[in-house]
Ligand binder design. Structure first.
Ligand SMILES: NC(=O)c1ccc[n+]([C@@H]2O[C@H](COP(=O)([O-])OP(=O)(O)OC[C@H]3O[C@@H](n4cnc5c(N)ncnc54)[C@H](OP(=O)(O)O)[C@@H]3O)[C@@H](O)[C@H]2O)c1
Length: 354
């Protein structure tokens, strides 16, 4: 194994709250110990950010003894430096320099491990090989939480050629991938985003774009425009209770409303009502599914397969930030105006380019 420096740069959480120079600091931390079991040690080149990072900054206590030095960040791309004895010697992961990407899971986050650090130890089960032909920056953006969540949504739907789908939040990290894959599978995609992002979303494969800022209330416009051409599925990555409540006007009876936005941001009441309230008591007569991702290597591999098979051609990246600029990157994320993914360049290396 390459000899590692004794210390590394890593962002650490100083206190709970919105990202700022007082809640987060770029610090010097000990480099992780060599990997044990089925873990692998990575040199992280890129990390991608997700809305859940902001949520974790707010809620995860920093006073717990095992989280005193907590690093934020879930998504990573990097190269293998060493593997534990549990990784088979004939696995591609056992070859130093192999490029991988994925997302950390609950167990790592609970212990304060994060991807905004130069070196990272992760279970081999959480990573997938970076597909040839994409950059490490794109791999971080695609194969982490956003891409893995898109696999959940498309698996739930089983989109087939000729189906009609609506994607709300089409210009975001998850939505921009759902649009591409649904279109590549032969669906007719109608996208909801702001007018400023129309060109980008059409470029991803949307046949029609609804600018929700110009068509208020957007659910009434959808009801008028798509009553005679209803959708098979509605993918909601922006969390619109109004679009769900009005969906019988534009979602087929046998269709499904598939959401990933619930919990604290929406409140428990809409979720319970959408799932359980009978129609005769005012419930919406369309199936509502709320999906939750537990990051895993199989989902990351599915994203890589989409890339390899040409279903996912673009990795929309809003901006790539330097490691020093993580607070600004998180502030942009918090603005909810990112077009695609926000990526942090943790440490460049010679083999970064595709
Ligand atoms: N359940 C899960 O497992 C899971 C997994 C991943 C993400 N999520 C959640 O899913 C949501 C989306 O995640 P993400 O990573 O895609 O977020 P993101 O990239 O930060 O989303 C930003 C996008 O949201 C769009 N947007 C903001 N307000 C909108 C509105 N009212 N209508 C339509 N679009 C709107 C913006 O587009 P415009 O500027 O064009 O409006 C922007 O492009 C977040 O709430 C996240 O927490 C859940």
């Amino acid at each position: 194994m390459t000899t590692l420096p004794p210390t590394m740069k890593a962002w650490t959480v100083q206190s709970n709250g919105a990202p700022s120079a007082s809640t987060l600091a770029l610090t010097t931390q000990p480099t992780p110990a060599p990997p044990t079991g089925s873990n692998i040690l990575l040199k992280v080149t890129h990390a991608a950010l997700n809305p859940v990072d902001l949520h974790l900054l707010n809620v995860l206590p920093t006073w717990l003894p095992f989280r005193r030095v907590a690093t934020p960040g879930l998504d990573f791309a990097g190269s293998v430096l060493a593997v534990g004895p549990g990784v088979p010697a004939d696995s591609p992961l056992a070859v130093p320099g192999t490029r991988v990407a994925g997302s950390l899971g609950v167990a790592q986050i609970a212990l304060g491990t994060g991807s905004l650090a130069e070196y990272l130890v992760v279970p081999a089960a959480l990573v997938a090989l970076q597909p040839a032909g994409i950059t490490a920056s794109a791999a971080a953006g695609l194969m982490g939480v956003a891409g893995q969540t898109a696999t959940l949504m498309l698996r739930e739907a089983g989109v087939k050629s000729g189906m009609r789908v609506l994607v709300n939040g089409a210009s975001g990290g998850v939505g921009s991938l759902v649009v591409q894959v649904a279109q590549a599978k032969g669906a007719v995609v109608v996208a909801v985003c702001s007018g400023a992002n129309e060109g980008m979303v059409r470029g991803l494969g949307a046949e029609e774009v609804v600018d929700y800022t110009a068509r208020e209330p957007v659910e009434e416009y959808l009801a008028e425009r798509f009553a005679v051409e209803p959708f098979d599925f509605i993918f909601d990555t922006a969390g619109s209770q109004a679009i769900y409540r009005r969906s019988p006007a534009y979602l087929k009876k046998e269709g499904k409303f598939i959401s990933i936005v619930g919990g604290k941001s929406q409140g428990v009441v809409p979720f319970v009502r959408n799932k359980l309230l009978p129609v005769f008591l005012g419930g919406t007569p369309r199936p509502f599914r709320l999906l939750g991702l537990a990051p895993n290597g199989d989902s990351a591999k599915e994203v890589a397969k989409w890339v390899n098979e040409g279903l996912l051609k673009q990795a929309p990246i809003d901006q790539e930030y330097a490691m020093e600029d993580v607070v600004q990157a998180l502030e942009k994320l918090a603005s909810k105006r990112a077009k695609g993914k926000i990526v942090v360049r943790v440490a460049g290396d010679a083999g970064d380019a595709a």
